[in-house]
Design a protein around this ligand. Structure first.
Ligand code: SAM
Length: 338
């Protein structure tokens, strides 16, 4: 059976890509081999075109209970096609699953709980998610099964992130973004992260790189969990993290400038001019933009650079869907010398 051979550091993103393309064979286990990982793939002519080394190897089959099943295929036993169309994406954060349940599936809550537990037998809590609210962007949740808690430890990109979903913002879907940024960073950089939350960006970057990070967060609960997270990962961190509790708009003007600034800006907040003024070489600025406004967003950034007397280049990347035609985007802004 085929497998692709990739360097160990690239294994996670390549696996994600293969899954996305429907080429990953979740029935077999990957195998580590001298700094490489052999990732099982299905027999498909597209594999050869991906540019990876393809081998024929016997990778062991997973036990039946571990074979990856998706919620939809499991629920197909109990729900009609029409009902399945209303099923939303869900997230697993540590041992908690969070899912949005639309009105059309209100009568199917018990089946959805059953399905989620079948796909993820390790779950201890299942919660229904509402919307992000207030300046701290905390979501509204109600527990529909399991233990009465929304606190858990989530593993991502080799670090452990303690969160309490009832008190802080956390988005596991940004895992790929954090990995991307960590791999743009070079050892020795000084990095500023405003709107830092429980420190997911800081921990992942400091896990991969020997850097000095200053992070700022206003929500006291997120700040305290962030401090715990630094301790929780102390052994794994190559870089250092200084964490400041305070308002970005009051703290940043007192801080020096940094090689790189990463701003996971809360929705509706405009921190572009402020964060740009603190960046020496790079600013990664997150915002929510209508697809028809992306050009204007880019022009606004170029304009702000001009006001600061800096020459810069801007690349705007769509990170995720937010609502129809509106995307969460990241502007990667490179500030030129001089
Ligand atoms: C979109 S969340 C991002 C959190 C974190 N970076 C993450 O990705 O999980 C924005 C964060 O900014 C914090 N925040 C909002 N306004 C702030 C302000 N004026 N100063 C500092 N932090 C603020 C919120 O509490 C929240 O944790």
């Amino acid at each position: 059976m085929p497998a692709v051979k990739v360097p160990r550091r690239e294994a996670e993103p390549v696996k994600r890509k293969l899954k996305k393309l429907g080429l990953y064979d979740g029935r077999r286990r990957p195998r580590r081999e001298n700094g490489y990982v052999l990732l099982p793939v299905i027999s498909d002519p597209r594999i050869e075109g991906l540019g990876y080394e393809v081998l024929r190897v016997e990778l062991p089959l997973r036990p039946e209970r571990q074979i990856y099943k998706n919620l939809e295929s499991v629920l197909a036993e109990r729900m009609s096609r029409e009902e399945l169309k209303h099923l939303r994406r869900y997230d697993v954060i540590g041992d908690i699953a969070v899912i949005q349940i639309p009105e059309e599936l209100e009568h199917r809550v018990e089946d959805i709980v059953w399905g989620l537990r079948k796909v993820h037998p390790f779950l201890k809590v299942i919660a229904r998610k509402g919307f992000h609210e207030g300046a701290f962007r905390i979501r509204d949740y109600s527990i529909i099964w399991g233990e009465e808690r929304l606190e858990t430890v989530h593993k991502e990109n080799g670090v452990r992130i303690k969160v309490d979903l009832s008190k802080v913002f956390f988005n596991p879907r940004m895992k790929g973004e954090r990995y991307r940024l960590a791999h743009l960073v070079r050892d020795g950089e000084r990095i500023l992260i405003p709107f830092a939350g429980v420190l997911p960006y800081a921990l992942v970057i400091a896990g991969y790189r020997k850097v000095k990070i200053t992070a700022v967060e206003l929500n006291r609960e997120a700040y305290e969990l962030g401090l715990e997270n630094i301790e929780l990962n102390r052994e794994r961190l190559r870089g250092e993290i200084e964490f400041i509790h305070g308002d970005v708009f009051e703290v940043l003007p007192e801080l020096p400038s940094y090689d790189r600034v990463i701003s996971p800006t809360p929705r509706g907040v405009d921190a572009l001019a402020l964060t740009l003024s603190k960046a020496e070489k790079w600013l990664h600025y997150y915002d929510f933009v209508h697809e028809g406004e992306i050009k204007r967003f880019r022009a606004r950034i170029l304009d702000e650079c001009l006001k600061l007397g800096r020459d810069c280049s801007v690349r705007v990347k769509k990170v995720s869907d937010f609502k129809p035609h509106v995307f969460k985007v990241c502007a990667d802004i490179e500030l030129k010398e001089g």
